[in-house]
Design a protein. Structure first.
Length: 140
């Protein structure tokens, strides 16, 4: 029997809270699509609950949250808690945006997020890192 091809990596890109700047999120979404991933974009001003419900409905491998508002300290832990409570603890939570390095280190150390990408991260590096992390979670 021939090998069944792995399904494409599915990523939900979200803008949580009142942050209305989504150009970066759309650029990252396009780059991930170009890298062969299936990308779902939630649009602006979503609540953590809406994002987690969409992640569950879309059966995603990763949730990428773009944050430029400074709300990362409350939004990201809330998302991780809701993902875990929904049984989505295997879903990667990735953050991007203007997150100070000390805050990023803290979020990573506490297991709130799996990766943080700040302005200047290359699109190829984001796609490659996400692909490697998802493949590792899938066991291959």
């Amino acid at each position: 029997m021939p090998d069944t091809p792995a399904r494409p990596i599915r990523v939900l890109i979200a803008k949580v809270g009142l942050d209305g700047h989504d150009r970066g999120a759309k650029v990252v979404a396009a780059a991930l699509r170009d890298a062969g991933m299936e990308v779902i974009y939630t649009g602006l001003r979503k609540t953590p609950e809406v994002v987690v419900r969409a992640a569950e409905e879309e059966d995603v491998d990763a949730v990428g949250v773009s944050i430029l508002s400074g709300a990362h300290g409350t939004v990201l832990p809330r998302l991780r808690t809701l993902l875990d409570e929904a049984g989505l603890d295997d879903v990667l939570l990735v953050a991007g945006g203007t997150i100070p390095s000390d805050d990023a280190d803290d979020l990573l150390a506490r297991g709130v997020v799996d990766q943080v990408f700040t302005p200047g991260a290359s699109l190829a590096a984001i796609a490659d890192s996400l692909e490697a992390s998802v493949q590792a979670r899938r066991g291959g």
